[in-house]
Design a protein around this ligand. Structure first.
Ligand SMILES: Nc1ncnc2c1ncn2[C@@H]1O[C@H](COP(=O)(O)OP(=O)(O)O)[C@@H](O)[C@H]1O
Ligand SMILES: CC(=O)OP(=O)(O)O
Ligand SMILES: [Mg+2]
Length: 402
């Protein structure tokens, strides 16, 4: 029999499970889908068989275990079930890999224990990732399960960027340092940006702005990450959909002492009820733009705070890199929200950065330049593809072990 060539990729978020089944002979997608609002009464499964239409169903799905079983059922209905002998491996996005995991890793009991140990520093993400792996393993115990870590790409960060200015003995005891996240996306997008410029990744410096629901920036020097905006947890850095990003740590003491809030309440406030949502009640950039167009001042201020933070990080990473060849926008907001790109770069002409309005207005499509022809620094929209990157790394690892 020929070797199996398919990889199922699972990306478990705190309340969602996104998946793709790829054939690695040509990296084509056989099926894609998502389960959203897991744990609520109104969970929804959307499943698309490439070339075969989309099915949708709603109804309560209690947890990530039930979600993955629903996905397995949908795949089976299309003759693509997890029992298929053509499946080579399952690749899992794991958000926190600490300093332990610098590479994609075949999951065994020890790996699971380590991912579990990191739950306190990724409470929204690692538990869902673990459930995904455990359920997938139970469904296909014979199949390699590969963990691809969000933190891996950032393990090249030099110590001055990775360390907080606190007592190193305390930091080391509690493994407190800046890990960074969305690494699979930053790696893919920085490489793809180099290609767009007709260069090898080792020849260019790129600032990547991953602006999704979670958001982070990174400084990539000649293909290696030298700084990124998320830290110990995915809370630091940019303003996000529901997360505050950077703030004075004393805000937390103040809320505890003066605001009479518990640690759990503050955690929930900063992770789930802050960012764009906390500022204006909406975390979807489409809705925020619609409100701004109607003259809503609260939404306009939220937008301006969001942009101000991005601008600060562009400046910071320009200084970290010294010379910059490209700034790349990616993820849901970065790929789709032209006003965000325009505003983030506005006024930075002195740094060689500008956006051409006509190019910026183009919707959809692949990687593209949005800076004017004469610009010193390229500004680009480069759609991320975390699933393809996870599948590629998974398949490469499994192929090597076979
Ligand atoms: N057409 C659009 N215009 C503006 N913003 C968009 C558009 N489509 C998606 N978004 C934004 O992208 C966000 C989702 O980004 P995504 O990268 O898919 O996030 P995640 O992977 O964290 O779920 C949405 O919350 C919304 O703010
Ligand atoms: C790490 C992180 O923030 O991930 P997401 O954007 O998927 O929430
Ligand atoms: Mg994402």
């Amino acid at each position: 029999m020929t070797s199996p060539t398919r990889v199922l990729v699972l990306n478990s978020g705190s309340s969602s499970l996104k998946y793709q089944l790829l054939d690695m002979r040509d990296s084509s997608r056989l099926a894609v889908g998502l389960v959203e609002r897991i744990g609520e009464q109104t969970s929804r499964v959307e499943h698309t068989r490439t070339g075969g239409g989309t099915r949708e169903r709603t109804g309560p799905i209690a947890d990530h275990d039930a979600a993955l079983k629903a996905v397995a059922e949908e795949l089976a209905r299309d003759g693509l079930g997890l029992d298929s002998p053509e499946l080579a491996a399952i690749g899992h996005r794991v958000v926190h890999g600490g300093m332990f995991f610098t590479e994609p890793t075949v999951v065994d009991d020890e790996v699971l224990t380590e991912i579990e140990r990191l739950i306190p520093v990724a409470p929204l993400h690692n538990p869902a990732n673990l459930t995904g792996i455990r359920t997938a393993r139970a469904l296909r115990p014979d199949l390699p399960q590969v963990a691809v870590f969000d933190t891996a790409f950032h393990t090249t960060m030099p110590e001055p960027a990775a360390r907080y200015a606190i007592d190193p003995k305390i930091a080391d005891r509690h493994r407190i340092r800046r890990y960074g996240f969305h690494g699979t996306s930053h790696a893919y997008v920085s490489r793809r940006t180099a290609r767009l410029l007709g260069k090898d990744p080792s020849e260019v410096n790129v600032i990547v702005l991953h602006l999704g629901n979670g958001a982070s920036a990174s400084a990539v020097e000649k293909g290696r990450c030298v700084d990124t905006s998320m830290g110990l947890t995915p809370l630091e850095g940019l303003v996000m959909g529901t997360r505050s990003g950077d703030l004075d740590p004393a805000v937390i003491f103040h809320l505890a002492r003066v605001g009479d809030m518990s640690m759990d309440e503050i955690d929930t406030l900063l992770n789930k009820r802050s960012g764009l949502f906390g500022l204006c009640g909406d975390n979807d950039m489409r809705e925020i733009r619609r409100r701004i167009d109607e003259g809503d001042e609260e939404a306009a201020l939220a937008f301006d705070i969001y942009i101000h933070r991005i601008k600060k990080y562009i400046g910071a990473y320009y200084a970290v890199l010294g010379t910059v060849d490209a700034v790349a926008f990616t993820a849901g907001v970065g790929e789709n929200a032209a006003p965000v790109r325009e505003a983030a770069v506005a006024g930075l002409e002195g740094m060689g950065l500008a956006v051409d309005p006509e190019r910026n207005a183009v919707r959809g499509g692949g990687p593209r330049l949005i800076s004017p022809e004469s610009a010193r620094v390229a500004v680009a929209v480069v759609p991320t593809d975390e699933e393809l990157e996870i599948a590629t790394q998974t398949y490469a690892l499994v192929g090597k072990n076979n």
